[in-house]
Design a protein around this ligand. Sequence first.
Ligand SMILES: [Zn+2]
Length: 153
Amino acid sequence: MIGNLTLISTDTNLIDGIVYKVKIGTKYYIGSTKMKLTIRANKHNNQIKNGSKSKFHTECINNNIFKVKCEEIYRGINYKDVENKLIIESLNDPNCLNMKAVISNKERRREQNNKKTDCKLCGKVMMKKNMNRHLRQIHNVSKFDFICEKVKV
Ligand SMILES: [Zn+2]
């Protein structure tokens, strides 16, 4: 296992990500990884053996498949976008075993930042991403001061 881990960290060929497909009869699952596909497949195999409840793993278990094969269908820096596009296009396909489209960390962060929140000092409602500036400009405190203040109280 340690041998494998060393291999990942020193493999400079794998700076791009890979979008892969796993076929289970007529059904399929789409995923992406920065790891070697054999290593990613092993992770799935372990989850299957451990009785994972995901739609994809359940389908494997029901078909007595405990060793999956990840086939490369795309490789590139924008692999997450390609994966998303493929999954969104396939979500209504009954053969698709993906449960939902993946959101990138960047998108998740953007979603979080666009959420409304109220200032704990004056009650003004604003987007989360504007809170730091508001605290600094209106109340002359940094987010850090504010957290310390809250801890004291
Ligand atoms: Zn305020």
